[in-house]
Design a protein around this ligand. Structure first.
Ligand code: ADP
Ligand code: MG
Length: 290
């Protein structure tokens, strides 16, 4: 019977850590033509590490990290945690900061020792008139290696550059290849810059849309939906609205409670391959139901 076939499909998934919240979600996953993945924390581990610190002439790596840590101490962003960890590992005490603010998808700001400091993307540094402080070549080099370059700007001048790297999950390339075998196209959505996005996506074998603000991610999902059923996979950190806007939202396990609530399905262990397994399971279950 239909209910029995459905129940056995859902429980077969549950045994493998693949949760589907009912028949409608299962049908949509089986019909998916395209899967949109969030980058940070979904295709990558979401635990970036500082790999390079370049101080401007007249300043030091110590000062650059101290300013950066002072501004990042109020932020829960993965890049902020990486900066705090690097400063701590070098024994740098975090200076106090006031007037903390954030420019979503671009930078965080604060006043440190009477100086206005911002820590954010090269694009943000350019837009605010600080420029690249002579680091344009190094920034491009970092980004082509798949690293994220972060500019530390003090009173309108570039004090230094940090490079951070967030490693792709071990099974990310295999998970994208498995979807491709099922005839499903994958695309990565990221707020990170275009060069970093392209370097990471190229290594994993999928397309990329980069430099997206949270509202841009929503718009991309809407545009993709016009060509059929779209699955969005994310961890719920900045992408809960996109998860909700897709035909089906899939939460990656270690993600937030928000993601698990908003999503129609979940991969409980952080395995990118779980998405292709969900598609396969949904298709075989639908075949039994029909
Ligand atoms: P993602 O899609 O990776 O979650 P976000 O929208 O969170 O991207 O951030 C986009 C970009 O904005 C980052 O790559 C970084 O350049 C900049 N940015 C955002 N928040 C911070 C922060 N706390 N510290 C430094 N840079 C930041
Ligand atoms: Mg994110």
């Amino acid at each position: 019977s239909v209910p029995a076939a459905l129940a056995s499909g859902l429980s077969a998934g549950a045994r493998r850590g693949l949760l589907i919240k009912g028949g409608a979600a299962l049908e949509q996953i089986g019909a998916a033509k395209i899967v949109a993945f969030d980058k940070t924390g979904t295709l990558t581990a979401g635990h970036p590490k500082v790999t390079d610190v370049l101080p401007a002439p007249g300043t030091s790596a110590w000062d650059v990290l101290a300013y950066a840590a002072a501004v990042e101490q109020g932020s829960s962003h993965p890049l902020a945690k990486a900066v705090m960890a690097e400063a701590a590992s070098r024994g740098i005490a975090t200076p106090p900061a006031s007037d903390q603010g954030a420019v979503p998808g671009k930078a965080v700001t604060a006043t440190v020792g009477g100086r206005k400091v911002s820590v954010g993307s090269p694009r943000h540094a350019a837009e605010t008139g600080a420029g690249m402080g002579g680091f344009a070549g190094q920034v491009t080099g970092f980004e082509n290696e798949g690293k994220t370059a972060v500019m530390v700007v003090v009173d309108g001048a570039v004090a230094g550059v940090l490079a951070l790297r967030d490693e792709p999950r071990a099974d990310a390339a295999a998970g994208v290849a498995a979807l491709s075998k099922l005839g499903v196209r994958s695309v990565m959505l990221t707020g990170d810059n275009a060069r970093t996005g392209a370097a990471i996506a190229g290594g994993l074998g999928l397309d990329v849309k980069a430099e997206l603000l949270p509202e841009d991610k929503l718009r991309e999902i809407g545009a993709l939906r016009s060509s059929g059923s779209v699955v969005m996979v994310g961890d719920g950190i900045n992408d809960a609205p996109a998860l909700a806007a897709a035909s089906v939202g899939i939460a990656m396990g270690g993600g937030t409670d928000v993601a698990l609530e908003t999503a129609d399905a979940a991969v409980l262990k952080d395995r990118v391959s779980g998405v292709a397994e969900l598609v396969g399971l949904s298709r075989s279950t639908m075949a039994n139901v029909k």
